[in-house]
Design a protein around this ligand. Structure first.
Ligand SMILES: [Zn+2]
Length: 311
């Protein structure tokens, strides 16, 4: 009996050196295989991507990887932002959108710790991240597809013990006045400090917020202005601001957005405000853009078929 044990161990060691080496490599990189293109039928590849991804209940058991673009992609190996942490709560849990790439979850937890140091803020209320496997959504966003986008509520959290029901019923608050040309009385220096911190993080590519908030921060900032470059004026975004991360190192299937133009972008934001206050006369030659056709699975990067079919 005693002599058989080393022989068994040797056999196992040899097996490990042979056919299982691929699995061992996978184990070293997180224990899960990388998402690869998987053959799917023509019928499936022509199906609506939001119908396919919008009903997936859980993440793919694959190496974490953002695939494609923020508005045309999917996410392998997403992880869940815990519903409640010491300095955050995920909101609207019924949507099942508190999933993202690990880098996004780390980032949000870091930012929430900073937010919790601001007067009147117990941390952050965090809105939509991505679906379990990313991809287009049945309702709501064009982006948030690759696990690198996150919406953060403007409402300063007073408590972090909200029940599930409260997280459905409580609303964020709007920060805007005059259709977004200005901030309203709800705006505080803490909003400025949290967005400054959010944008100063090297993991961040850009942050979307309504034009009046950007101009307000441009006017109030007396120190370093470099972070303002990443704050981008955009439609909506007065109940929440939207953080978009860069593709992480080594994510070769992830496509970055072109960086924002050089400079702090404050003059551009002022132009947005001026156009809100004094809308230019309508262009008689304007033709509204054709609505974009719905994305099919075949429109997404090929690896998304592997994400969709993985368990
Ligand atoms: Zn968003």
């Amino acid at each position: 009996m005693i002599r058989t044990i080393p022989i068994l161990a040797l056999a196992l060691a040899l097996a490990a050196c042979g056919g299982r080496s691929e699995n061992l490599n996978a184990a070293r990189s997180g224990g899960a295989p990388r998402a690869e293109a998987t053959p799917v039928s023509a019928v499936v590849s022509s199906k609506s991507a939001k119908q396919l991804f919008g009903h997936e209940p859980g993440p793919s058991n694959q190496r974490p990887e953002p695939i494609g673009f923020y508005s045309k992609g999917c996410a392998a190996g997403n992880v869940q932002l815990p519903e409640t942490g010491p300095t955050w709560q995920a909101m609207r849990l019924s949507r099942n959108r508190n999933w993202a790439q690990p880098i996004t979850v780390d980032y949000l937890q870091d930012l929430s710790r900073f937010a919790a140091q601001q007067p009147g803020w117990a941390g952050l209320y965090i809105g939509d991240l991505s679906q379990p496997k990313g991809g287009p959504m049945l309702t709501g966003h064009a982006s948030h597809q690759s696990g690198l986008d996150a919406d953060i509520w403007m409402l300063p959290p007073k408590r972090l013990d909200l029940t599930r029901a409260e997280r459905e019923s409580i609303s964020s608050i709007s920060m805007r006045r005059q259709k977004g040309a200005f901030t309203n009385s709800g705006w505080t220096r803490a909003h400025h400090e949290i967005m400054k911190r959010a944008a100063s993080d090297p993991r961040v590519a850009r942050i979307f917020v309504f034009p009046g908030a950007k101009v307000k921060m441009c006017n109030d900032e007396t120190g370093d202005r470099s972070w303002l470059r990443k704050i981008r004026p955009w439609y909506g975004h007065h109940y929440h601001f939207h953080v978009r991360l860069n593709c992480p190192d080594g994510a070769t299937n992830c496509r970055d957005q072109d960086p924002p133009p050089a400079g702090d972008g404050c003059a551009d934001a002022q132009d947005w405000v001026n156009n809100i206050l004094n809308p230019p006369p309508p262009d008689p030659d304007y033709t509204p853009p054709k609505p974009k056709p719905e994305l099919t699975l075949a429109d997404l990067p090929a690896q998304c078929s592997g994400v969709l079919t993985a368990r």
